[in-house]
Design a protein around this ligand. Structure first.
Ligand code: HEC
Ligand code: HEC
Length: 619
């Protein structure tokens, strides 16, 4: 029996040698040697000093808000993924992104790291409790929220949540923590597929409510509360995945939205679209509210804009619609709001930015600061200026020509390369992976929706698409522009996107411990060969690149052979099988394989199936 390599033997070896508190930066994302990639930004209480996470440069930049100049750099042994400041502005808490993530506690007087506390897999969105003794953070790839006791400097509780918690926010009294899950959990062939916001009771240390967003809600990114703690705002995509993606007009495929949650009722209030009738506002990301509660600001990472929203006016309008008292349009009902492109109307100003890829925002006084992920700079907007035109741009580093990979990443995330800017490639492939939804792409006929595939290893595993309708990933990239984005993409740009996708590196599975397989997974590795899985899932990328009917094809695809997918990063790409019918790996092996057409699993005991599952989820 040959041992199968899923391409991790090198990694396993490397991680095994690492001491627990290594100073190495892990390859969690595409690495950009020269780029800063500013994301999260925070302001000290005086508003005079800003701290900017340089998310691919392993540092936090200290910026003088008056001049925009970088006055210092705080180097870190991990890439910073989130930040928050103590109420007195003296201590900075930074999450360091890695499979063994850290919470760095930094004394701002000396710029020294006082403590580096374990913080789970890919920690994000650190949030301080009201007394500053407790800190909450999202362990994105461990599907947990950690509660860290800052006095004892240890994780006090880890609370399981649905899927990829990416942002959280606390009510002012510290009692309730709202958590945005990045992706929907569960099967994708159901009537409703939507990511949820979960609510944690911080005293009981458990989830007390799950608040589903409207059908098609995915790619949640930002979350904030109103200063009075009455409402939660979450940015996300509202995907019209049930429609055949044959056009883009009026948000036919993807719309871009902010959902509002009523804290007292612990329930969804409504979802408001951010797009205009003939111009999408793709990839909403960071969101912040002014201290007076009057204005809500959010960034559009795909269109390089900010939306500045009259928050009180918006709530007044929503209330009127709920009470059926909205005079200008008596036909408007609460159920219509998430489908109405012009609902915001004059309550919102869309302001173009000069920076590229705005992914971080903070408001200090009446100034909005926004970071340019792809342009390594910072834009300020004076919220008191007429039409919000006042402001400027300052560089955070020396301008460098972007590498081809970097340019490709920018183009992949840019809705400028889409008819009317409705979506970027990243709208369905967030972080180059998958949105968890089924789309009925036209390339293999209509009436047979397919779960979005991750693009990791796509260029190494031709042919591509479930029915292998494209010979290579290169061809899929170009046809993606033609048939999904309805836009022209130059060959030069398409090649840059190819290079970006080829550079995607697998993230270490949260099911591993210091890079190693668990005992269960070691047992599962043997079963993987015994159950005949290696007949098709073979080689470096765990696919022989051939197509088979493994008994999963149904409906329009009845008995059609399907492309053997890679198994690398399976832990991240649920739901499984071409139509996302299998919410868990256990379902792939048991429920969806009754006749042993997909490997030999019917003879396995539940324990053996669990072991095999553990192995697969460790890839
Ligand atoms: C509306 C959602 C959507 C958008 C937007 C989108 N894709 Fe996809 N993509 C999909 C789905 C769904 C699949 C899987 C289809 C299948 O399996 O038949 C896919 C598959 C792919 C694949 C093949 C993956 C493999 O290995 O089989 C590539 C490459 C790809 N997309 C690239 C792109 C690029 C580049 C863009 C931007 C131009 C893009 N996609 C935009 C939904 C989308
Ligand atoms: C005859 C070739 C073949 C064999 C043998 C085989 N597979 Fe597969 N595998 C496939 C094909 C084809 C698909 C795609 C099926 C679909 O999408 O409906 C697939 C899909 C999968 C998936 C879902 C991946 C995803 O991203 O959705 C997993 C997991 C998987 N196989 C694991 C296994 C395991 C474990 C075994 C052994 C018990 C096994 N396979 C045996 C061909 C094979």
């Amino acid at each position: 029996m040959t041992r199968v390599s899923l391409g991790f033997s090198k990694l396993r070896h490397r991680f095994a040698l690492l001491p627990a508190l290594s100073l190495l930066v892990f390859p969690v994302a595409v690495c950009h040697a020269d780029a800063l990639s500013p994301t999260v930004i925070v302001a000290d209480p005086s508003g005079k000093t800003l701290y900017v996470a340089a998310s691919t440069a392993g540092s936090v930049l200290v910026v003088d808000s008056a001049t925009g100049s970088v006055t210092g750099t705080i180097p870190l042994p991990r890439n910073p993924s989130g930040m928050t400041l103590s109420a007195d502005g003296k201590t900075l808490y930074v999450t360091g992104e890695a499979p063994d993530g850290r919470l760095f506690v930094i004394d701002l007087a000396t710029k020294q790291t006082l403590h580096a506390l374990p913080a789970g897999h890919t920690p994000m969105s650190p949030t301080l409790g009201p007394r500053g003794e407790t800190l909450f953070l999202c362990e994105r790839f461990a599907d947990k929220v950690a509660m860290i006791d800052l006095t004892q400097r240890r994780i006090q509780a880890e609370i399981p949540v649905k899927r990829q918690p990416i942002a959280c926010g606390l009510t002012p009294d510290g009692n309730l923590l709202f958590v945005a899950n990045h992706l929907p959990a569960g099967a994708a062939d159901q009537d409703v597929v939507a990511a949820e916001v979960e609510l944690i009771d911080t005293a009981a240390k458990k989830v007390i409510a799950s608040i589903p967003l409207p059908n098609g809600s995915s790619s949640l990114r930002g979350l904030c509360l109103s200063p009075d703690g009455r409402y939660v705002y979450v940015t996300h995509l509202l995907s019209r995945y049930t429609m055949p993606p044959t056009q883009l007009e009026r948000g036919w495929m993807n719309t871009n939205a902010v959902s509002i949650i009523d804290v007292a009722r612990r329930a969804w209030l409504t979802t408001v679209l951010l797009d205009d009738l003939a111009r999408g506002a793709a990839n909403p990301w960071a969101i912040a509210c002014t201290a007076d509660g009057n204005t809500l600001c959010l960034t559009h990472a795909g269109t390089h804009e900010v939306s500045i929203i009259n928050r009180l006016g918006l709530h007044m309008k929503i209330d009127q619609v709920i009470r059926h008292e909205y005079a200008p349009d008596p036909a408007m009902t609460p159920a219509n709001i998430p489908n109405t492109l012009v609902f915001l109307g004059s309550l919102r100003t869309r302001r173009a930015l000069r920076i590229q890829g705005p992914r971080g925002a903070v408001i200090a006084g009446s100034i909005l600061y926004v970071t340019g992920y792809f342009s390594d700079n910072l834009e300020t907007i004076d919220l008191t200026s007429p039409g919000f035109t006042g402001g400027g741009v300052t560089a955070l580093g020396a301008p460098a020509a972007p590498s081809t990979v970097r340019r490709g990443e920018r183009l992949f995330n840019d809705a400028g390369l889409c008819f009317q800017q409705w979506q970027s490639c990243a709208s369905c492939h967030p972080d180059g992976r998958a949105d968890g939804l089924n789309w009925d792409l036209t390339n293999d006929g209509l009436g047979n929706p397919k779960n979005t595939r991750s693009l990791l290893l796509s260029h190494r595993t031709s042919p591509v698409m479930t029915l292998a309708v494209r010979e290579t990933a290169e061809m899929a990239v170009r046809s993606g522009f033609q048939f999904i984005q309805f836009a022209q993409c130059s060959e030069d740009d398409a090649q840059a996107i190819d290079e970006y996708l080829k550079a995607l590196a697998p993230v270490e599975s949260p099911h591993r411990r210091q890079g190693r397989l668990s005992d269960a997974a070691v047992r599962g590795e043997k079963l993987f060969a015994d159950a005949d899985c290696t007949a098709c899932h073979s080689g470096q990328s765990s696919t022989d690149q051939n197509s088979y009917d493994v008994g999963t094809a149904a409906g329009m695809d009845e008995s059609k052979p399907m492309d053997t997918p890679t198994l690398v990063e399976l832990w991240r790409t649920a739901p499984y099988l071409h139509d996302g019918r299998a919410p868990t790996m256990f379902d792939v092996l048991k429920t969806c394989n009754p006749n042993d057409r997909h490997g030999r699993t019917t003879g396995l005991t539940t324990q053996q199936l669990r072991d095999l599952e553990a192995y697969l989820l460790s890839q």
